[in-house]
Design a protein around this ligand. Structure first.
Ligand code: FDA
Length: 403
């Protein structure tokens, strides 16, 4: 008898098993649990919601009040509409307020915890407990197969049968936080397409030629307009020892592919040709370096004079052609990143399980309705600013209501 159980562990059954105790998985679990379903969440990590805990610099930018489908990238831009419409940022704010979590609007629409991201993870786990959800951590899932109308899996040595299996294993970014390609493997095993995946919301690295120049400015931040492909962002840029980061560059990285240029306007909202034509007439003795030192952070102005090879001339000596050249360098400075920092630091994954085979109402696989995919594992990726969590909450709730 004992020998038989070792070889054939007891089969446990649940209405819903969710793989991944992250943002989407926990939200789905508590929603399904409150419907009276027997729900189990399994995660190979030793802590639930590791990315929540790390997010927003430890304060979790948990939603964006301006959430619209236009803030998401996907092969099918319509896919996210239904879930985002049914579970809005206001719904999540109500949940946060019910748990008396203080929050602040750090930038327009971007809501962060006033104290700590831990409060969001704790809130979700508390809700799961109230909803009767079983959460099993340090439980790797090794096998997933179809079993009649349900699904069967092996998790941490247990055999589990479920009426519905939800894959909420997220994307590939930051493997040390538990990220794996497990969700993509499951999708491929059931003949679902996975669109090309790419690290996004990630800092750019620069060629060795630029590394020492820009590295000297590490830690300095300034507002810019960044353009890459069809993306345009008015956000701060941050110099790092390895390249360029900050919200402007992270946003641009979602539009970037190897070889593409990134364009930076160092003086957004200003017009060099207008200002300098005026200065040339009014202040002909004013010198270029002094002007630049007032317009930009001083260290950046000095460095730019050097990398551009500009001599410190008075405005009165500038020709129209000179002014055009300066305007080009200041408003349309173009560089080709060497690459990105990759999965090690990327906040999200572009691409994922192709939504063509998934219901946008229930998140079930159209041809296998007992299998579901939610959150970042899908080919739906938000811009920076709380959109990715809003997608995790919205897709988790839509699925939790449907399983
Ligand atoms: P998520 O990654 O949260 O969860 C997946 C879970 O699956 C993990 O717990 C993982 O351990 C588990 N798992 C993976 N493989 C498994 C396997 N084989 N077996 C069992 N379990 C497995 N977004 C935002 O809107 N605002 C923000 O402030 C930030 N900040 C931020 C900072 C950093 C550093 C990162 C890396 C990311 C962000 N993000 C963000 C993005 C956001 O964290 C992300 O989009 C969501 O967490 C995605 O939620 P999911 O539940 O889909 O995946």
């Amino acid at each position: 008898m004992i020998r038989y159980e070792i070889l054939h562990p007891v089969m446990k059954t649940y209405d819903v098993v969710i793989v991944g105790a992250g943002a989407a998985g926990l939200m789905c679990a508590l929603t399904a649990g409150y419907r009276g379903l027997r729900v189990r969440v399994v995660d190979h990590a030793n802590k639930a919601g590791k990315k929540i805990l790390m997010s927003g610099g430890g304060r979790c930018n948990f939603t964006n009040l301006a959430t619209r489908p236009a803030h998401f990238f996907s092969r099918n831009p319509h896919f996210a509409i239904s879930a985002l419409k049914r579970y809005t940022p206001q719904h999540f704010v109500e949940l946060v307020e019910r748990h008396a979590i203080d929050y602040v609007e750090k930038a327009p629409g971007q809501l962060f915890c006033a104290q700590s991201a831990k409060e969001i993870a704790a809130m979700l786990l508390t809700e799961c407990e109230w909803a009767g959800v079983e959460v099993s951590l340090s439980t790797p899932v090794t096998e997933v197969e179809r079993c009649g109308e349900g699904m069967r899996l092996r998790a941490g040595g247990e055999r589990i049968e479920a009426g519905a299996l939800v894959i909420a294993t997220g994307g590939l970014s930051i493997p040390t936080l538990g990220a794996t390609g497990f969700g993509y493997e499951v999708a491929r095993n059931f003949d679902l397409e996975v669109t090309e995946t790419r690290a996004a919301l990630v800092p750019f690295t620069v060629t060795s030629q630029w590394k020492s120049t820009l590295g000297e400015l590490a830690g300095l931040s300034c507002p810019v307009t960044a353009r890459c492909g069809d993306g345009r962002y008015d956000e701060p840029l941050l110099f790092t020892h390895r390249g360029l980061s900050g919200p402007a560059m992270l946003q641009a990285s979602s539009h970037w592919q190897a070889g593409m240029p990134v364009e930076i306007d160092w003086l957004p909202g200003r017009s060099i040709p207008d200002e300098w034509s005026h200065s040339r007439a009014q202040h002909p003795k004013r010198r270029l370096a002094a002007w630049l030192g007032d317009a930009l952070p001083r260290r950046l102005a000095q460095s730019m004079m050097e990398w551009q090879g500009w001599s410190d001339r008075p405005f009165g000596e500038l020709s129209n052609r000179d002014i055009e050249a300066f305007a080009q360098a200041l408003h349309r400075w173009t560089f080709k990143p060497a690459g990105t920092e990759g999965w090690r630091t990327a906040e999200v994954t572009l691409g994922g399980v192709d939504t063509a085979a998934i219901s946008s109402k229930t998140f079930a696989v159209n041809d296998l309705p007992q299998l579901y995919f939610i959150g970042e594992v899908l080919d739906v990726t938000g811009e920076l600013g709380g959109f990715n969590f809003q997608w995790a909450w919205a897709s988790g709730v839509a699925c939790g209501q449907a399983v």
